[in-house]
Unconditional design. Sequence first.
Length: 208
Amino acid sequence: MLAWRNLFTRHLGAARGRRLLDLASGTGEIARLCRNLGFNFTGLDWAEPMLERARAKLPDVTFIQADAECTMLPAASFDVIVTRHLVWTLVDPGAAFAEWHRLLAPNGVLLVVDGDFVHRNWFARLLAPKSATSQRASRHQEILNRVYFSKGARADAVTALLSTAGFREISVDYNLHGVHRAQARALGWRKSLLRRSEHRYVITARKH
C-alpha cells in the first residue's frame, strides 16, 4: 500500500482535510489509505455486499450505495474525486464525467487510475496462461457487451471526454513502476510482467 500512498501523494499533494469521494470503493482498501493520509473520506459503490465488507473494516468511515454515473449527491460536495479501474467499465463515460465535474467544488481535482484491459500485445499474449486468459476473456466479454470502451479505454480517448465534460489541466502519467514493483511480490514474475505490458495510466484533471 506504500506504493499507492506515494502515487496518491504525488498527484494530490497533502490531504489537509479535503473532502474526498472514492468512486467504486469496493471493500475499502483505498478508503483506508485516504483516511490515513488525512482526507475527509466518503466511499461510494453500487454493490451492497462490497460496502458491507468496507463498513466492517472501517466503521468510522462513510460509505454510500449509489450509481457512480448518477450519484444524486449535491453539487460541489467534494474537493477530490478518485477512482481506480472504474472508467473502462462505464456505460456512458461522457455523462459520468459531467456528473463528477458537477460534484467537484471549484478548483477540485479528479484522479483516475485505469487502463486498456481489452487489447494485449504479442508479449502479453505470450505471457498469459491459456486458462487464465480464457477466464479473463469470458469475464471481460460479459462487461464489454454493455460498456462504452468495448475496444479498450485508451488514455487519449478518456482525456478527450474529460475535456468535453469541462475539465481542464488534464495530464496523463504512465509511471506506475512503484505500484508494479510492489505488486510483483504478491503476483509473481509472470503476472507482474503482464501488468507492466498493459496500457495503464493515471489521469489528473481539474475543475476551474
